[in-house]
Design a protein around this ligand. Sequence first.
Ligand code: NAP
Length: 312
Amino acid sequence: MGVWEIMDYELAIIGAGPAGYSASIYAGRSGIKTVVFDKIGGGGLALVSPNIENYAGFESISGADLMDKMQKHASKYADIHFIEEVKNITKKDNLFTIETTNKIYTSKAVILCMGTEYRKLGIPGEQELQGKGVSYCATCDGFFFKGKKVAVVGGGNSALIEAIFLKQIGCEEVYLIHRRDQLRAETAYENEARGKKVQILLNKIVEKINGEQKVEYLEMYDTKSGNKSKLSVDGFFVSIGEIPQNTLAKDLGVKLDERGYIIADKQQKTNVRGVYAAGDITGGLRQVITACAEGAIAALSTTEVLGKAYPY
Ligand code: NAP
């Protein structure tokens, strides 16, 4: 039995990552009947972060532990439906109809917190060897490469964190391959990676992933010299950023920016009345702490269309 024990809700939150959990807590505590849907098990991309060191109050905590705490906290205030994907949302007469893989629900407000998914390289071998050495998540698959050679492609925080993690769990050799001469990641991550003897290869573009049954070697070229080279690896981790999961937003007529992120104002309102957005789906800093803050603001902003007093 859920917290609210009914099928018609005042607020539906799509996506149970940090933004969705935080929105649930603020909405539930404001007396808003809230349901949360997540197509998988919740936690969003933060779930697979091996170590989060910049969420205030926690000097160091794994993404899984932090998401577990948030889930337990949020489930005191909202009905959370895991493995229930929202297929379609329509709006008529200020009421939203939410069609999921299980049922049809209604709500008077919606907060979109669908986050992002991993960007693909789109090179030969990537799709064919996915699950056979090509991975998008070191926390999930790194264990299989203990004592082996791996490469991570990307120059942002995520790529550096993945490389550090792979070294920590005992990969024999970890290469970080980046297409430019400068990393995008914070200096702290770069220093840590260099300190842990991650081999950073700059100005290199991976063109092809080779292997029969599993990944065997990469073909690369140097953007400065034009020289081609091969690198033998057992595992290849793609960490080149994310793309917003915006289909539901598009279908609802919500305005997106040129990169596909939802445009929301300071109250997290979108251009569609009753529709709010929070977390990575709005672009911006894409941090757990900012996702939580946006979730809180979005939840309280819904009071406007729910005819409730703003509680703060
Ligand atoms: P990101 O910061 O967007 O970095 C993506 C990296 O992939 C960039 O270095 C980019 O190269 C490279 N790249 C993109 N397309 C490529 C391609 N086709 N081929 C080769 N390389 C390619 O992505 P992210 O590291 O996943 O991080 C996403 C967001 O989450 C960021 O805002 C980040 O700060 C945040 N984040 C924060 C933390 C933290 O603070 N602890 C941890 C993880 C993520 P260029 O540099 O040349 O563009």
